[in-house]
Design a protein around this ligand. Structure first.
Ligand code: FES
Ligand code: FES
Length: 184
């Protein structure tokens, strides 16, 4: 039997600052659109049910789980992924590498996205606030303590304060090695 043809709908979506005119199927998730159609491989699918945070992106300034958002709902909106955060040379990228926040690295892009959103709304978080900001992200490798150090240091750098006793992450340069580590 011939496969039923699904209709596509047009949407306009800004992805990491670049406008895209796209045709999407009604059942596509935002995660599928970004990862499978646009090749943004940092937008991971793991649980596909809103439970792990691996697919986190920033949609109009708020973190969302892209596996739980339909692409067709995103017409006229703006999305930021870990690739955009890395391309902008955000200090989180260097601090995540410095503090070895990744083992297998599968969860890392989602953590970086959640951390970036946290620092956007709260540039001087406490340790407790970092833990709360990252509470929706799971790491099966157990790297949680490292994330807190990395986020606090990136916050210091963004505020222009001298990094703590640890010496500070390398200056954010958009370094391709660090960006590869974090977005893979
Ligand atoms: S893949 Fe979306 S929350 Fe786990
Ligand atoms: S580093 Fe492996 S799941 Fe987090």
């Amino acid at each position: 039997m011939a496969e039923k043809v699904k209709s596509h709908a047009p949407i306009r979506l800004a992805v990491n600052g670049q406008p895209h005119d796209l045709l999407v199927q009604p059942n596509w998730t935002l995660q599928h659109l970004l990862h499978d159609q646009l090749g943004l491989l940092g937008v991971k699918e793991f649980c596909d049910r809103g439970a792990c945070g691996a697919c986190s992106v920033i949609l109009d300034g708020s973190v969302v789980l892209s596996c739980m958002v339909l692409a067709i709902q995103c017409d006229g909106r703006s999305v930021e992924t870990v690739e955009g955060i890395a391309a902008a040379g955000h200090p989180l990228i260097e601090s995540y590498v410095k503090y070895s926040c990744m083992q297998c690295g599968f969860c890392t892009p989602g953590f970086v996205v959640a951390a970036k959103a946290l620092l956007d709304r709260n540039p001087d978080p406490t340790e407790r606030e970092v833990m709360e900001g990252l509470a929706g992200n799971l790491c099966r490798c157990g790297t949680y303590p490292q994330h807190i150090k990395a986020v606090l240091e990136a916050a210091e750098i963004l505020r222009g304060a001298a990094p703590g006793a640890s010496g500070g992450a390398a200056e954010a340069t958009g370094d391709t090695r660090a960006a590869r580590e974090v977005t893979r």
